[in-house]
Design a protein. Structure first.
Length: 452
C-alpha cells in the first residue's frame, strides 16, 4: 500500500519533538529564566550562509543580550490608551518578574515621539534654505571634495513618513533603555548610556512641560500628521518595503559614474513643499520661549547626541544607533536575520535621517540656545559644515554614519546573491521566485508552525 505524507501527523511529530527538547533542556528548568540571546536562535547555525549578517557582526553584537527585550524596546507606543507594555514575559516557572514599561512611561514616550515630526520639519526647512553648493558637500562622503549631486529631500510623503517612523523607533529604543532598571538594563541589554545622553534624557524626561498639559497637547499642531503613525501598526511592515525608485521606475543612484557615493534615499527627487500646508511653522516663532519649544530643542539635542556618539574600545555596538540597527537586522517574527535586500532600506533611512539632523546641527536657520547652538552665519558656512562633516559624515570617521554607509555598500553587492524569500503557509512553503510549492514546513519558529 502506497503511503502519503500526512501534514497533521508531521505537525504532531514536530510538536512532540519540541516538547521533548523543552523537557530536557536546562534552559527550561525550574526557576530558570532563559534569555533569548543570539545563541538561542535556530537561524544562527546558518549564519554563515548570510553574508550580510556575517559582515554586520549581528551575531557578536547581540551575544549575551536579551533579543526579545531589545525587539520590544523599539516598538512604537500607542498614542492613546496609555497601557503598560510588557517588554519581557517570563516563563511561569521563572522566579523573576516580567520586565514591564509602565503605563505612565508609555504615555510619556508617546508624547515625546509625537514631537519628532515638528522637529524633522525644522530640519527639512533648513535643507530648503541651504544652497545647492552646500548640499553637494552634505551628500559627499569624501572630506576634501563635494558630490556632483546635492543632498535632496525625498519627494514621496509615504517615504517621509516611513523614514520618520524609523527615527521614532530609534528614540523609543533609547527612551525605554533610559527608563529600565539599571541592573536589568546592564544585565539583559548591556547598554551603557553616556553622561551626555543621560543629561539630555534627564532634562527631556523631567521637564516641567510634562507636568502641565504638555503630555496631552504635545505636537497638537501636527496631530493630523503624526497620529496615524501611532494607530497604524502596519507601518512596521511597510517600512521594510520603501520604494527607492525614481519617476522613470529605475534606480538613478548610479547615473553619475564619477559619484562613488550611491544614495538611494535621495532617488525620489524633489522636496516636500506644501505637504504640511499651514501647519509647517518651521521658524519656531510659534513656540519661542515656550515649554513646547524647549522640549523640541531637547529632543533635537538627543537626536544629535545619538548620531555623534563615538565607539568605545573600537566596539561599534557601543554606539546606540548601531546597536539599534542590529535589532532591526533581526526579524522577531521570522526568528532569523534579515537578508541584504531587506536591510539596506533601513540603512538608507538611517543615513538620510543622520544627514538631516547633522545638517541642522551645523547650519540651523534658527538658534538652539538651550543647546548652545547658534544660527547659521551669513559667511563661512562651508567651514562650519565641515567641522561636523569631518567628524561624523565622511568615510573613515569611525561614526555610526560611517558604519551604516560602508555596510550599505556591502549590502547592495550581497543582495545580488540573496536566496529567494520563503514563506511558511500552514504546512507548505511557497518560494517567492519560481512559483514552486514544497509539501513541508520549514518555518524556523516551531511554535508558529504548531499554531498554523
Amino acid at each position: 500500500m502506497q503511503s502519503y505524507w500526512d501534514p497533521a501527523r508531521a505537525k504532531a511529530g514536530y510538536k512532540g519533538h519540541f516538547q521533548l527538547i523543552k523537557t530536557h533542556s536546562p534552559l527550561y528548568g525550574k526557576g530558570s529564566c532563559p534569555v533569548q540571546t543570539s545563541g538561542s536562535s535556530s537561524s544562527d547555525e546558518h549564519i554563515e550562509t548570510k553574508p550580510m549578517a556575517r559582515k554586520s557582526r549581528w551575531e557578536a553584537m547581540l551575544k549575551g543580550r536579551d533579543r526579545e527585550l531589545l525587539s520590544a524596546m523599539i516598538e512604537i507606543p500607542w498614542l492613546q490608551g496609555g497601557q503598560s507594555h510588557v517588554l519581557v514575559r517570563r516563563d511561569p516557572d521563572c522566579r523573576e518578574d516580567d520586565v514591564v514599561s509602565t503605563s505612565e512611561d508609555e504615555r510619556r514616550i508617546a508624547a515625546i515621539l509625537n514631537l519628532v515630526d515638528p522637529m524633522m520639519d525644522w530640519c527639512e526647512q533648513t535643507v530648503r534654505s541651504t544652497s545647492r553648493n552646500i548640499l553637494r558637500w552634505v551628500r559627499s562622503v569624501k572630506l576634501l571634495s563635494s558630490s556632483p549631486e546635492p543632498f535632496q529631500l525625498v519627494r514621496q510623503p509615504s517615504s517621509t513618513r516611513k523614514y520618520r517612523y524609523l527615527q521614532k523607533k530609534l528614540l523609543a529604543f533609547v527612551l525605554r533603555a533610559y527608563r529600565l532598571d539599571l541592573v536589568v538594563r546592564r544585565r539583559l541589554t548591556k547598554i551603557r548610556l553616556s553622561t551626555q545622553l543621560l543629561r539630555l534624557l534627564d532634562r527631556l524626561w523631567q521637564n516641567q512641560y510634562w507636568d502641565s498639559d504638555g503630555q496631552q497637547t504635545s505636537g497638537a499642531r501636527t496631530t493630523a500628521v503624526v497620529s496615524r503613525d501611532f494607530i497604524n501598526p502596519s507601518l512596521d511592515e511597510e517600512v521594510d518595503r520603501i520604494d527607492h525608485t525614481n519617476d522613470h521606475g529605475g534606480d538613478d543612484e548610479n547615473d553619475d559614474e564619477n559619484d562613488e557615493e550611491t544614495d538611494d534615499e535621495t532617488d525620489d527627487r524633489g522636496d516636500l513643499e506644501g505637504e504640511y500646508d499651514s501647519d509647517d511653522d518651521c521658524d519656531g516663532s510659534a513656540y519661542a520661549g515656550s515649554g513646547h519649544y524647549e522640549v523640541l530643542e531637547l529632543l533635537f539635542g538627543l537626536s544629535v547626541a545619538l548620531f555623534e556618539e563615538r565607539p568605545i574600545d573600537e566596539r561599534s555596538d557601543s554606539m546606540l544607533a548601531v546597536l539599534f540597527s542590529s535589532v532591526l537586522g533581526y526579524s522577531k517574527t521570522r526568528q532569523s536575520f534579515l537578508q541584504a535586500r531587506d536591510f539596506t532600506t533601513h540603512l538608507s533611512a538611517l543615513i538620510y535621517n543622520q544627514r538631516l539632523v547633522l545638517l541642522e546641527r551645523a547650519l540651523p536657520v534658527r538658534a538652539y540656545p538651550g543647546l548652545g547652538i547658534e544660527a547659521r552665519p551669513r559667511s563661512n558656512q562651508l567651514q562650519r559644515l565641515n567641522e561636523v562633516r569631518k567628524r561624523f559624515l565622511v568615510t573613515g570617521s569611525a561614526s555610526s554614519f560611517d558604519e551604516f554607509f560602508n555596510l550599505r555598500n556591502y549590502g547592495r553587492v550581497a543582495a545580488q546573491s540573496d536566496t529567494p524569500h520563503s514563506y511558511c503557509i500552514g504546512t507548505t512553503t511557497a518560494s517567492q521566485y519560481g512559483g514552486r510549492i514544497h509539501r513541508h514546513c520549514l518555518c524556523p519558529n516551531l511554535d508558529s508552525c504548531q499554531g498554523s
